[in-house]
Design a binder for this molecule. Sequence first.
Ligand code: NAD
Length: 282
Amino acid sequence: MKTRLIDGKKMADEMLDDVREQVSGLPRAPRLAVVLVGDNPASLVYVKNKVKASQRAGIRTDVYRLSPVLTQDALEAFINDLNADGDIDGILLQLPLPAHLNADAAIERIAPDKDVDGLTTHNLGRLMVGAPNLAPCTPLACLHLIKKACPKLAGKNAVIVGRSRLVGRPLGQLLLAHDCTVVQAHSHTKNLAQVCARADILVAAAGHARLIGRRHVKRGAVVIDVGINRVGDRLVGDVNRAAVTGVARAVTPVPGGVGPMTIAMLMYNTLRACRRGEAKSA
Ligand code: NAD
């Protein structure tokens, strides 16, 4: 079987251009506040990529760099101020935070209508009851890539390897909402290869380099690789792409798959938050 590579970079650029076009019809550019605590090198790269994408999408992004020794109270007070600022449409707290800070508590401070990362319990709860507000960006990115390769999702068997709050769990809810039969595998799952081999859609989000090989993939499956793992000086996914080539129908590369699409979804969520805010204040 010929295995198609799903080009996440190209699809992300298309989405950013689409957001830009929609932004041009708004009375003002949407505004995103990115809060970066400390100087984690990977976070600096992610933030730089977000700023670059926002420029393409016509979204104004302000990066607030806060001290690595900031207290929890000071961080939450800072977020409160952003919540109260009527010119700011979206707030993104760049993770991970320095170890002395409580990320969950800080995320909870973000007003749900500005929570463009979709990680507050309010927004995750909305997803859970099938009434999404702002959904998390990486699961939205996965869904977008999956739909491209597999437009009819109803009745498909989806297996997600990973059950994190950031990726696995919310993606399970999104795929359920699209009428897939969802299996959520995790570190205690027995016979992972057997479980995965039933999937029409297989999503690897374990953070374990090349965990998914040929044995895990059903012939003709769509395989989405969320993992980002550093091996030596290279970034590799959770999928051994060489091994699944010829078995899978389509697969996302790492880098160049879910990563850029996630950032494009952040811009899409910021546009949505801005539209909602405008509608409320009208
Ligand atoms: P996490 O560590 O919070 O969760 C990992 C999940 O995988 C857990 O539920 C765990 O039970 C499961 N797991 C771990 N090892 C397993 C194994 N051997 N077999 C089966 N299940 C296993 O991680 P996360 O935040 O969900 O991120 C997962 C991966 O995705 C990481 O590599 C991360 O860097 C990457 N990621 C990428 C993007 C992107 O934009 N491309 C965004 C977020 C996360």
